[in-house]
Write a protein that binds this ligand. Structure first.
Ligand code: ACM
Length: 542
């Protein structure tokens, strides 16, 4: 006997599909858009016999990724699929071929390219490296669509590779503590939109968030108990690697260092005592670059961190040193006079050179904010520009490599379309010679955490960071704002399926504000209001 519910289900499905199909032209849903897409005739159906097979180079990372893909596909479609695909019936519906191993520690030079061919009988994903496979898997998942026949993937040929090699997201765990699960969720979301660097801002005036075994007082007194253990860090790095994401730690110095001085006032340029900073802004405390013991300390600390974080880059911050403690310290002033330094920028350059030597000794390359730019620094550093494309262009002209963050500050609460229009190769950088342009490695979205908590942070990052991800991955000509917004809405829903909470935390937060009453009227109000923009700018900060 026919089950009336199944007829109802079929009817609902068809109604749903009618909406899906009528609204949209041929445009695909991919975000970021691939370098090359050629639609073909046909459609691969996703059914309960869908299996994945792996061929060519194999490693646990690939097997785990195939398993996650099966799980996500099952969740996305509601079709029960087995996790394990080892006993794939031949032929498998998705055949994945990886040519060779990737880099033991992923670098900016890692090959992320892939090719995806979808036909009625089968889809083939081929890539030189596991990271390319990971990128292609995300594309495949985004291609899954629904029509009157059920879930499937329209036949297509995709050849894809990123436009920029460095596509990051900065997460600030200092201003508000961000527990490990929050970081992991965001790594999942980053992978979904092909971002490849987690820039982890681990110390600032308001908190020292990293366990040091050499100097345990740093986190004991500087963190209110909220810090990552070394085991946490290893876990996050491994989780990121599984998703083709590098982890670059930032320990901001010589400014933004109040939390260090709570336990180590001897490193500061004024006597102290110091307490963890509770306000937001730019503060006076700064390391004393004239002290030999500072460099001995940093050698120990950076050495310890360099062994823990495998990435070739080490971020030393370097931003927003107001120089007041230096101006008021007669010994520092005498030191500067003796060495013929003309101002605080020279003193900071001296500090940077010393820190660079330490970083190098521990096998690291240095990256810092654009204040570190100084003719005395060697050319193998990377400059992260937050003050404008002009400083990025200047750095590239002087022979430095650079990444852009100006225009990508998510905490300014600007619309996705604003960030989408900011291109690392436009404006001041457009006039650079080809060789100079090749020094621009990419960019990073920045999630400064003064005004977010673990509960709200997803709603600040997502989906807007996905617009930045497209800017950094897709060809420069991909610029249609309307198309971006349409795809962004879809990706945002997809990210919720990965555990992100930008949509799901909204209702419960409104309900709390209404003392657990019906929040519908408040939602009407909240939906028509816009947040204050650039809050940090209005405080004279950034
Ligand atoms: C910064 O926004 N001060 C890097």
């Amino acid at each position: 006997m026919e089950n009336p519910l199944s007829r109802l289900g079929a009817l609902m499905l068809m109604t749903l599909c009618a909406g899906v199909i009528s609204g949209e032209a041929q445009e695909n849903n991919l975000l970021p858009q691939p370098a090359q897409v050629s639609p073909r005739e046909g459609r691969l159906a996703i059914t309960d016999s869908f299996r994945i097979s792996l061929s060519g180079y194999q490693e646990p990372r690939l097997r785990a990724a195939a398993q996650r893909l099966a799980r996500r596909l099952a969740r996305q479609t509601g079709i029960a699929l087995p996790d394990r695909s080892e006993k794939a019936p031949s032929p498998a519906a998705l055949v994945i071929h990886c040519d060779h191993a990737g880099e033991p520690v992923q670098t900016v030079r890692e090959d992320e390219s892939y090719r995806l061919e979808v036909r009625t009988e089968q889809a083939r994903l081929t890539a030189p490296t596991p990271v390319g496979v990971l990128r292609g898997m995300e594309t495949f998942l985004q291609l899954v669509d629904l029509d009157t026949r059920g879930f499937g993937v329209a036949a297509v040929d995709i050849n894809d590779r990123p436009r920029f090699r460095w596509r990051g997201l900065l997460m600030d765990a200092s201003r508000h503590w961000m527990p490990v699960p929050v970081i992991k969720r965001n790594l999942d979301a980053m992978a979904a939109v092909k971002l490849n660097v987690l820039h982890w801002h681990l110390s600032d005036d308001q908190g020292f968030r990293m366990e040091s075994r050499r100097f345990p007082e740093l986190q004991r007194l500087g963190s209110d108990g909220n810090y990552y253990t070394q085991a946490d860090v290893r876990e996050v790095i491994a989780y990121a690697r599984e998703r083709g994401i590098r982890v670059v730690p930032e320990f901001d110095m010589p400014g933004h260092t109040t939390s260090w001085f709570v336990s180590h006032p001897e490193l500061a340029s004024a006597p102290g005592p110091y307490v963890i900073e509770r306000a937001w802004g730019i503060f006076d405390p700064a390391m004393n670059p004239t002290k030999a013991e500072l460099y001995a300390f940093l050698d120990g600390f950076i050495g310890e961190m360099a062994a823990l974080f495998p990435d070739e880059y080490f971020h030393i911050g370097g931003d927003e040193v107001n120089g007041k403690q230096w101006d008021h310290n007669p010994r520092i002033q005498a030191f500067m006079r003796r060495r013929g330094m003309k101002g605080n920028h020279d003193l900071q350059a001296y500090f940077n050179r010393r820190v660079l030597a330490i970083a190098r000794q521990h096998g690291k390359k240095m990256i810092g904010w654009d204040e570190i730019l100084h003719p005395e620094l060697p050319k193998d550093i990377v400059v992260q520009s937050w003050r404008g494309q002009k400083s990025l262009a200047e750095a590239a002209r002087q022979g430095y490599m650079g990444i852009l963050s100006f225009g990508y500050y998510l905490d300014h609460i600007l619309p996705a379309s604003f960030h989408y229009k900011v291109d690392p190769m436009e404006g001041e950088t457009a006039g650079l010679a080809e060789e100079q342009k090749s020094r621009i490695l990419g960019g990073e979205a920045c999630m400064w955490a003064e005004y977010v908590t673990p509960e709200t942070v997803a709603s600040r990052i997502w989906p807007r960071a996905a617009a930045i991800a497209e800017r950094l991955w897709s060809p420069q000509e991909v610029k249609d704002v309307e198309s971006m917004y349409r795809r962004l809405a879809r990706v945002s829903r997809q990210l919720e399926g990965l555990g992100l909470t930008q949509r799901s935390s909204y209702g419960p937060m409104l309900e709390r504000l209404t003392n657990m009453n019906d929040a519908a009227p408040l939602k009407v109000l909240a939906d028509v209001l816009e947040p204050v923009k650039s809050l940090r700018l209005s405080q004279g900060h950034r």
